[in-house]
Each structure stands twice: as structure tokens, then as C-alpha cells.
Design a protein around this ligand. Structure first.
Ligand code: ASC
Length: 150
């Protein structure tokens, strides 16, 4: 029984773990990976932000589903900012690789606020969603101002 439990736990860990650093065949693949992940995150976040701003009608189920996707996908980009991925088709500023601790702090802050948004969306309260959208959007902006080229 104990063996089965450890096996199930290990399998779950593999299924849900997101690597802190990942291997990519080419640096371009890492750039593409993080851009695509951020795009999918933004599309889902943007859907809820539009509801929060009254630009789209509020649908609690769509908001909760979108927030859950944004929360999960928001964990993905960070493993794709490894050494040698500062070149090519990217607006990522070189500072990311000069001050990785600060970059990580911003990435972690975004994920923490995105988790709060997912929790708020689960409750179905538009007021809570509005507060969380604003806090989450602030973390997007802070990081873009510091680390994204125009
Ligand atoms: C978005 C998006 C961002 C943030 C930011 C919030 O939807 O693409 O970068 O929200 O604009 O201030």
C-alpha cells in the first residue's frame, strides 16, 4: 500500500512539476516556447481583464476556466530564459541575464498574483476578480517596464 502511494505521488510530481530550467534543441526553440506560453497566458488573462473592465459580459465559468489556464501557463515561460537565449527574435532585455534574482522575483510575483486571480475567479465574485486583475496586471507591467524592449 505504501509502495503504491509513493508511486502515485511520484507520478503526480512528474505530471505537475515545471522545470526551473529546461533543455531546448536550439535557443530559438526556447524563445518561441516562452513567447508562445506568454501569448496563451495573455489571451486568457485578457479575457478576464475585459470582463473586469466591463468590455465583455461577465461569465463566471469562462472567467474561472481562463484564470486556471493563465495560472498554469504562467508557470512555463521562466524555464526558457536560459543562457544563450538572449538573442534572436526577442524583445527580452539583456538585463534579464545580468540580474536573474530580480527577474525571478518579478516572475514569482506575477505567478503569486495570478494564483490569487484564479482563486478569486473560482468564487465567482466579479468584485474580487476586478481587484485581482488589477494586481496581476500591475505585475505584468512592472516586469515589462524593466525587462522588455519597446
Ligand atoms: C495584458 C497584457 C499586459 C498586461 C498589462 C497590464 O493583458 O498584455 O502586458 O495586461 O497591460 O498593465
Amino acid at each position: 500500500m505504501k509502495k503504491i502511494a509513493s508511486f502515485v505521488l511520484a507520478a503526480c510530481a512528474v505530471a505537475f512539476a515545471v522545470p526551473a530550467a529546461a533543455q531546448f534543441a536550439k535557443p530559438e526553440d526556447a524563445v518561441k516556447y516562452r513567447k508562445n506560453a506568454l501569448f496563451v497566458m495573455q489571451q486568457n488573462f485578457g479575457r478576464i481583464a475585459a470582463m473586469a473592465a466591463g468590455k465583455a459580459s461577465f461569465d463566471a465559468k469562462v472567467a474561472a476556466d481562463s484564470a486556471a489556464i493563465a495560472e498554469f501557463v504562467g508557470k512555463l515561460p521562466w524555464a526558457a530564459f536560459g543562457e544563450g537565449t538572449d538573442k534572436g527574435d526577442t524583445r527580452a532585455k539583456p538585463e534579464i541575464w545580468k540580474e536573474p534574482a530580480k527577474f525571478k522575483e518579478y516572475a514569482d510575483k506575477m505567478q503569486a498574483e495570478m494564483s490569487k486571480l484564479a482563486a478569486a475567479a473560482k468564487t465567482g465574485s466579479l468584485d474580487s476578480i476586478k481587484t485581482a486583475v488589477s494586481a496581476t496586471g500591475g505585475t505584468c507591467k512592472t516586469c515589462h517596464d524593466a525587462y522588455r524592449k519597446e
